[in-house]
Design a protein. Sequence first.
Length: 146
Amino acid sequence: MPSDAAPQEVCAESPRSPASGGKILANESGQDILKHGAEARFMHGLATEEFVEENYVGEYSLGAGGRVWIEDDRAMSGHLVLHAEHMGLIRPLFRFNRFIYVYGEDPANPDPVLGSVTFFSDGYIIHQFLWQHNATQAFYPTRIVR
């Protein structure tokens, strides 16, 4: 019998691992919500990562386009720093949320936004990010594991 009631989200008080039979996905509010469909497939990788900035630091490959790397300069400047050797670009990253960072035309200010970096997890480690620069280019660097 069809119902006019809105679909309900399943909530949990504490995270569960996939091994326990459920996928509980984290959000910044501290309340975990089970998602379905494409959102669950995408968000699972994000929810299982610890989301500490140390996870983002490292070298990433653009294939024939060279390499980019994320430097941890939080002790000096308070920021992670994006380096893109093929563009000669060095910019401090300003945290927008847990896994999205932005940078501006002026290295000291994120406004106006010149680009963004969105980190992705494979469920275990940060392995790739989406880098959008100047609303004209998008890159998908993959982590170089040493």
